[in-house]
Design a protein around this ligand. Structure first.
Ligand SMILES: *[C@@H]1O[C@H](CO)[C@@H](O)[C@H](O)[C@H]1NC(C)=O
Ligand SMILES: *[C@@H]1O[C@H](CO)[C@@H](O)[C@H](O)[C@H]1NC(C)=O
Ligand SMILES: *[C@@H]1O[C@H](CO)[C@@H](O)[C@H](O)[C@H]1NC(C)=O
Ligand SMILES: *[C@@H]1O[C@H](CO)[C@@H](O)[C@H](O)[C@H]1NC(C)=O
Ligand SMILES: *[C@@H]1O[C@H](CO)[C@@H](O)[C@H](O)[C@H]1NC(C)=O
Length: 545
């Protein structure tokens, strides 16, 4: 049986279209997709619940594209509520207007459509899209994104015999409206009911290997918060890519994928011809939720058997050690022919340090989550549109401190401003007993260090300034810190959020406003002509009259 994601037949054409030339180089190919977003009853854990489907599929269709392709995605919102899709890991360079989060893009009203015009500029790798509003992500609406290298760019491993996407995640039997009502009522979410592999519960997902061949598996944790461990009975996995970086090809018998993260492994069908368990379990939880899929050999002579192979459960050191072992292959190519390691991030002096601490607590008797004491509340107008139309009072720059305050939690529309071309260090400080996972839109950053305890300037002595991986989502272990470095080379309004979805929903996010005084198109594109206007931007004109 084929994986559900492979059933999709993406409608795409490779033609150039002058009308889009404003935002994209006309010689890069175009791929046209039409998506219809609907509700439908799904049964991933055996009980019927309301799911969000795209073109009738759960998970949604996979986006296949090549570095620098233009993606023209016409999304019809056939739900009875506003909807937006966002792109985990796609950088939308110079174009935060199409980022698909409420701080940058107006929701698509029910019954209407909106055409996203994206370019996967200078990117390769495995990512996913997801619905960003309300608590839609708990109902589906997500799908894989694979950005392939251009034909002449060498990939540091032989062409695999097949390339499969594994969208894994924790799951609730309750629908997204019930879950949202729990959060809106000021409560924490209960423990999830199960774990899904490509929208299927236990032994629902399967794939077929031919004896002796090597396959690429692209694994993304699209769940609502739990870190997950992925493994295949009797098989080793060679890690080759994380979120667009070709890694040193180390071999693992299981791999941790934290909320929001993506990676690729190579697996060779080098075992006796039978069927094997694919296993995914929650990490750092009690109880442990486990689900299985089936790896079938085409010449198999027996079904899955034996105990489901065990993996790490609560061990944090195991995970930290594995994370530290994931490094960049400095001689492998990135999206361009020059080696990935030719950018010496470790030789650049940082111009600013930002320290961000997560916390949880009550505000007005309701559960909230915060960053540096601020629990984010959305404004009445997307922040990016407020900037474009000069609408005052929507938010205040630096409404959040750039280091922990230690004060109590309060509500605000937190925006942290930073200068275009600065080279910053962000230290994520997690003083709680949960595993945190942070994602930054618009960027990939170097994960230079992580460790237990409090971060101090002396912690920099242990940074990896040579071959850290560049990615867009990083975990922070309980009572630990994680440090990242990156160049602010992408002007715009960029969402920085917890991938722990209830925390994101109840305020653990902010916007990083990467600012330049210049209004050159080289630095930032103008608002798209087709931008939907909402809030106080209604009635404005996206082009001068
Ligand atoms: C979307 O799907 C719904 C339900 O099948 C259908 O009624 C509607 O016409 C579709 N819309 C588009 C634009 O295809
Ligand atoms: C969610 O489930 C509840 C029952 O728990 C039901 O009343 C409600 O209509 C459902 N919402 C949607 C959008 O299906
Ligand atoms: C909605 O779809 C129609 C038909 O494809 C298209 O012409 C129109 O541009 C779309 N609207 C937006 C806002 O993208
Ligand atoms: C690194 O990439 C090079 C160039 O593609 C490749 O030959 C080599 O095997 C890779 N090394 C490791 C350790 O992954
Ligand atoms: C970084 O800072 C050090 C100390 O201030 C200075 O000596 C060095 O030249 C700087 N390096 C670069 C690349 O700017």
């Amino acid at each position: 049986m084929k994986m559900p994601v492979l059933k999709m037949a993406a409608l795409f054409f490779t033609v150039t279209f002058a009308v889009f030339a404003i935002v994209a180089k006309a010689d890069d190919p175009y791929r046209f997709l039409t998506w219809n977003v609907t509700y439908s009853i799904i049964y991933p854990l055996g009980v019927p619940q309301q799911g969000i489907l795209i073109n009738g599929q759960f998970p949604g269709p996979e986006i296949y594209c090549v570095t620098n392709d233009n993606l023209i995605i016409n999304v019809y919102n056939s739900l009875d509520e506003p909807f937006l899709i966002s792109w985990n890991g796609v950088q939308n360079r110079r174009n935060s207007y199409v980022d698909g989060v409420y701080g940058t893009t107006c929701p698509i009203p029910p019954g209407q459509n909106y055409t996203y015009i994206l370019q996967v500029k200078d990117q390769i790798g495995s990512f996913y899209y997801y619905p960003s509003l309300a608590f839609h992500k708990a109902a589906g609406g997500f799908g894989g994104i694979r950005i392939l290298s251009r034909p002449l760019i060498p990939v540091p491993f032989p062409e695999p015999a097949g390339d499969y996407t594994f969208l894994i995640g924790d799951w609730y039997k309750s629908n997204h409206t019930d879950l949202k009502a729990i959060l809106d009522g000021g409560h924490k979410l209960p423990f999830p009911d199960g774990v899904l592999i490509n929208g299927r519960g236990p032994n629902g997902a399967s794939l077929t290997f031919e004896q002796g061949k090597t396959y690429r598996l692209r694994i993304s944790n699209v769940g609502l918060h739990n870190s997950l461990n992925f493994r295949i009975q009797g098989h080793k996995m060679k890690l080759v890519e994380v979120e667009g970086t070709h890694t040193l090809q180390s071999t693992y018998s299981s791999i941790d994928v934290h909320a929001g993260q993506s990676c690729s492994v190579l697996v060779t069908a080098d075992q006796p011809p039978q069927d094997y368990y694919i296993v995914v379990n929650t990490r750092f939880t009690d109880p442990v939720l486990t689900t299985t899929g089936v790896l079938h050999y085409s010449n198999s002579n027996s079904p899955v058997s034996g105990p489901i192979p065990g993996g790490p459960t609560i061990q944090i050191d195991w995970s930290l050690n594995q994370a530290r072992s994931i490094r960049t292959n400095l001689t492998a190519s990135g999206p361009r022919p020059n080696p990935q390691g030719s950018y010496h991030y470790g030789m650049i002096n940082t111009t600013r340090t930002i320290r961000l601490a997560n916390s949880a607590g009550q505000v007005n008797g309701k559960q909230r989550y915060a960053v540096n004491s601020v629990s984010f509340v959305p404004a009445d107008t997307p922040l990016k549109l407020a900037d474009f139309f000069n609408i005052g009072g929507v938010y205040h720059v630096n409404s959040i401190s750039s280091s922990p305050t230690g004060g109590g939690i309060y509500l605000d529309t937190s925006v942290l401003q930073a200068d275009y071309r600065a080279f910053v260090e962000i230290v994520f400080e997690n003083n709680e007993d949960i595993v945190q996972s942070w994602h930054l839109n618009g960027y990939a950053f170097f994960v230079v260090g992580m460790d237990g305890g409090q971060w101090t300037p002396a912690s920099r002595d242990q940074y990896n300034l040579r071959d850290a991986v560049s990615r867009s989502t990083t975990q922070v272990y309980p009572s630990s810190w994680t440090a990242i470095y990156f160049a602010l080379d992408n002007v715009g309004m960029w969402n920085l959020r917890s991938e722990f979805w209830a925390r994101q929903y109840l305020g653990q996010q902010l916007y990083l406003r990467v600012y330049t005084g210049s209004d050159s198109l080289r630095d930032e594109y103008p608002i798209p002509k087709n931008a939907i206007l909402c809030g106080r931007a209604i009635g404005r004109h996206t082009r001068p009259l």
